[in-house]
Write a protein that binds this ligand. Structure first.
Ligand SMILES: [Zn+2]
Length: 120
């Protein structure tokens, strides 16, 4: 890019012109400053990994980590997509854990009932 003040060529990521020192209001950096980081889902994904469903939860954690890393380099769009992915996998992990827990519960009751029946 070129300095709007003096026309000198400056680096695309520069905040100030090296020649005249004027603030360049770099649009990429200004964008990041005005943006709020999308929800990372990091806490939720760790919780579901621990308590519900490990494989889905890990995908959630990987995406959750991507939200912060992409956001920190100014990739707002990438951070939003990672946030959506993290949320999706965290919810999947939650429901998988819940349904798995229910099935476990039902099976335990069935086995318990069967055992009681055999005792008679
Ligand atoms: Zn300049």
């Amino acid at each position: 890019m070129f300095c709007p003040n003096c026309g000198a060529e400056v680096s695309d990521s520069a905040e100030f012109c090296g020649k005249c020192g004027v603030s360049l209001n770099n649009p990429v950096k200004r964008n990041v400053a005005n943006q709020i980081q999308p929800k990372t889902w990091l806490v939720e994904s760790i919780l579901v990994t621990l308590f519900c469903c490990l494989p889905f939860g890990i995908v959630g954690i990987i995406n959750a980590a991507n939200v912060s890393s992409k956001f920190s380099v100014g990739d707002i769009e990438g951070a939003k997509i990672a946030s959506q992915q993290a949320g999706k996998w965290t919810k999947w992990a939650f429901w998988a854990g819940l349904i798995g827990g229910l099935i476990y519960f039902v099976v335990m009751i069935a086995i318990g009932g069967f055992a009681a029946f055999m005792d008679m």
